[in-house]
Design a protein around this ligand. Structure first.
Ligand code: CAA
Length: 260
């Protein structure tokens, strides 16, 4: 697929994806959502030696300022429901992606933008980043998973407050509340995200994928997630990487994982 609204760069095993609609503060229109779907469904899984994906926004001002509000005009109930369901499905692809996905939040992450960042496995915020779910200002609620993921990440009280007031959090408050993993000086978001991915890249790839799956199971399966955890643990014992990891430990050397 030729991307209209994404810029991608694959270097040293890391795919950096920039949402590139700077004039609309990188708002997620239909075409952009289509491209994000393709990227996580077909493009990224196909890359040889992929260590992880970084999602960021073009320009100085915004990560992503939300779904494209201009495309909401004229939608009826059925179309709006389908739009939200489609957004949720695309963000599930990110959440369930088998390699680490890190959001490098370089500015406003509002509405669908905050939801995009939250669907990523981790978040690095630049010091000027702002997070919020301002949909109530439009007579709406979040539709791409925001009511759920913000509650998971920062708890019910603060999630309620942000969704009901439409207020924005600054980067420091987002860090304090556990919404972001790191706050870095402006312009250093991608470098920090790369550093995190590089750290994970030395670990066993199948274990990384299963860890993502087991952690996500907490939110999708409730207590059943413990079962998922022990089943995945069992499956990992049979991998070559487990044998290599143990041998390397005993032989006091660095493990050389093959992903098998
Ligand atoms: N959709 C479409 N266009 C958007 C947009 C969005 N979400 N956010 C910003 N833009 C456009 C503006 O319309 C403007 O375009 P024009 O120059 O053609 O008028 C351009 O980006 C620059 O924006 P502003 O002039 O508004 O910039 P600002 O610095 O004054 O304000 C802002 C920045 C506070 C982020 C403001 O743009 C804003 O409030 N944006 C909307 C945020 C929002 O409500 N997001 C939620 C969308 S709904 C949603 O996401 C639902 C869901 O859960 C899926």
């Amino acid at each position: 697929m030729d991307y209209e609204n994404l810029q991608t760069e694959f270097e040293d095993g890391i795919l950096v994806v920039k949402i590139n609609r700077e004039k609309a503060l990188n708002a997620l229109n239909k075409q952009t959502m289509l491209e994000i779907r393709y990227l996580f469904e077909a493009h990224a899984p196909d890359l040889d030696g992929l260590k992880g994906v970084i999602v960021t926004g073009a320009g100085e001002k915004a990560f992503v300022a939300g779904a494209d509000i201009k495309e909401f005009e004229g939608l009826d109930r059925k179309a709006a429901q389908a739009l939200a369901k489609n957004g949720q499905d695309i963000f599930f692809l990110i959440e369930n992606f088998a390699k680490p996905v890190v959001a490098a939040v370089n500015g406003y992450a509002l509405g669908g933008g905050c939801e995009l960042a939250m669907a990523c496995h981790m978040r690095v915020a630049g010091e000027k980043a702002r997070f919020g779910q301002p949909e109530v200002n439009l007579g709406l609620i979040a539709g791409y998973g925001g009511t759920q993921r913000l509650t998971q990440l920062i708890g019910k009280a603060k999630s309620m407050e942000l969704h009901l007031t439409g207020d924005m959090l600054n980067a420091e408050d987002a860090y304090r509340l556990g919404l972001v993993n790191y706050v870095v000086p402006k312009g250093e978001e991608i470098a920090k995200a790369k550093e995190i991915i590089e750290k994970t890249a030395g670990k066993a790839p199948v274990a990384i994928a299963k860890a993502i799956k087991a952690i996500n199971a907490h939110f999708n399966e409730g207590k059943q997630a413990y079962k998922t955890e022990h089943e995945l643990f069992g499956a990992l014992i049979e991998t070559d990487d487990f044998k290599e990891g143990v041998n390397a430990f005993v032989e006091k050397r660095k493990a050389n994982f093959t992903g098998k």
